[in-house]
Design a protein around this ligand. Structure first.
Ligand code: NAD
Length: 504
């Protein structure tokens, strides 16, 4: 489909949001905020309003939490095989509306259609993956001792809160919510205020596919209002949070009084480490993909490029050439790789970092400027800094935009020291032909996930999460169920063992 056709279709999909706004969804009903207040959602393409969303209050969160609590008993008691069928139906319904989801997501987030075209399929895959595991979610272990058999079993923890960021909201929401539902939990979802549209589609799709009312509730609004109230609500037993590290710290404080179980997927400043013996063409493609896809607004982006000194000039020039050829443009243009950044506030932050990098003495060899793109939105050219060192702010702080900072290293020891010398530890990408070094290095790299000779290729059964300031806990496979479920141990005596006779 052509860009022009995409624009017409997107407008048709967006019309309902312009007319109806983005309501909360509580107990199966679309509901306005209890205060009647709304906030404006703008498109990053032209900064014009897309919709008005309900500005959720503590009262709305309370109603949503009560709806989730009321729905919990029946949902948790539903046989896993029945839940499995229902979650597959949700996946089917997501696929059926893939185009609508993609176009709405592009216009709400600024992410390019090239990547968002697959968002619905990825989201559906998340549902199918956890659906298939629902029948076994409660299974446990049998641990034998002399005169005793222990049986562990898992139970859904209760109603949970899911708080998501604005970068790829559809995919991330499905990744967090599907395992909660498969485990037997009910959900209150608080999406990010910058891009709330696809969350509204998602809850509608789920109920349209047969999900009982109250199992999945949606409260829009600001973090310090609706988000905070959710983390403090006594009926909400756990919070699955994806967002900035600083927000995670706030949520930990907010959740303390009600002893919330917390799972955090936070920021990153992920290194891609390139040794001279690597396949440099492939390494360059992977580095470019990992920093410039999804507008660089990606927690797993490879935002630090550590390159062996002997190939530093050649390799950074290869990356710069590729970066200069990347098309920046309208998110609905099928050729666009980088769309507009989410919001003028974020664009300002990224441009400030580019200025900081220059003032720190790094050299811009690609990009470094705002682009006058279609609609006049928040476009920034893919940017590469060379001549940087690890103490610069552009090497230490998460920019969350299409900005890559390249630093040379002399040998393996220095590469490891530089890679680990940040507050974050989400992912690392290692490029070398030496398998022994690859093992030694990845073993010592402070990261929750490491890819060797590869970009980020997800395999859903593997654990996803970070160390240091990048997160607490793991998603994926059974790890997700461990978070959303309580484990109980039941010990059976298998013989008449001697019981201490205290008052006998
Ligand atoms: P953010 O922390 O500003 O907001 C995330 C969510 O938290 C939003 O819904 C927001 O409304 C809510 N929130 C804000 N303050 C809150 C509070 N006091 N209590 C409860 N909720 C509150 O993050 P963002 O700017 O939306 O997203 C970008 C960040 O997300 C980056 O740091 C990025 O690395 C991170 N991220 C991490 C992963 C991962 O898997 N590790 C994935 C995507 C994004």
């Amino acid at each position: 489909m052509s860009f022009a056709e995409n624009e017409i279709k997107a407008e048709a999909y967006l019309r309902r949001f312009r007319v109806e706004g983005v309501a909360n969804h509580i107990g199966g009903q679309a509901t306005p905020s209890s205060s009647g207040a709304t906030f404006e959602v703008i498109s990053p393409v032209d900064l014009k309003p897309l919709a008005h969303a309900a500005r959720g209050t503590a009262e709305d969160v309370d109603r949503a939490a009560k709806a989730a609590k009321a729905a919990f008993g029946d949902w948790a008691a539903m046989p896993g095989v029945t839940r499995k069928k229902l979650l597959h139906k949700i996946a089917d319904a997501i696929v059926a509306r893939a185009e609508e989801i993609a176009f709405v997501e592009c216009m709400d987030t600024g992410q390019a259609l090239k990547f968002m075209a697959k968002a619905a399929l990825r989201g559906a895959e998340n549902f199918r993956f956890f659906a298939d595991r629902a029948p076994e979610a409660r299974d446990g272990r049998s641990l034998r001792a002399e005169g005793q058999v222990n049986i562990t079993t898992r139970h859904p923890i209760g109603p949970v809160g899911v708080i998501t960021p604005w970068n790829t909201p559809f995919m991330l929401s499905t990744w967090k919510i599907a395992p909660a539902l498969a485990a037997g939990c009910t959900v209150v979802h608080k999406p990010a205020e910058f891009s709330p549209l696809s969350a509204r589609l998602l809850v509608e799709i789920a109920e349209g596919a047969g999900l009982p009312n109250g199992v999945w509730n949606l409260v829009n609004g600001f973090g310090e209002e609706a988000g905070k109230a959710l983390t403090e609500h006594p009926d909400i037993k756990a919070i699955g949070f994806v967002g900035e590290s600083g927000t995670g710290a706030m949520i930990m404080r907010q959740g303390a009084a009600t002893l919330k179980r917390l799972h955090f997927e936070l920021g990153g400043k992920n290194p891609v480490i390139v040794f001279a013996d690597a396949d440099l063409e492939r390494a360059a493609d992977a580095a470019v993909f990992m920093i410039y896809s999804l507008n660089g607004e990606r927690c797993t982006s490879s935002s630090r490029l550590l390159v062996e000194a002997s190939i530093y000039d050649r390799f950074t020039e290869l990356v710069a050439e590729k970066a200069r050829r990347i098309k920046v443009g309208h998110p609905l243009d099928p050729d666009t790789v980088i769309g507009p950044l989410i919001h003028p506030v974020h664009e300002k932050k990224v441009l400030e970092y580019i200025a900081i990098g220059k003032s720190e003495g790094a050299t811009v060899v690609a990009g470094g400027v705002k682009v006058d793109g279609p609609g006049g939105g928040c476009y920034i050219a893919p940017t590469l800094f060379t001549g940087a060192n690890n103490s610069m702010r552009v090497a230490q702080e998460e920019i969350f935009g299409p900005v890559l900072t390249a630093i040379p290293f002399a040998d393996e020891a220095e590469a490891l020291a530089l890679a680990n010398d940040v507050e974050y530890g989400l992912t690392g990408y290692l490029w070398t032909a030496d398998v022994t070094r690859a093992f030694r290095f990845s073993d010592r790299l402070e990261a929750g996930m490491v890819w060797v000779n590869s970009e980020n290729v997800r395999h859903l059964p593997t654990p996803f999460g970070g160390v240091k300031n990048s997160g607490v806990g793991r998603d994926g496979g059974d790890w997700s169920f461990d978070f959303y479920m309580e484990t109980k141990n039941i010990a059976f005596a298998t013989a008449a063992h001697a019981i201490p006779e205290l008052g006998g």
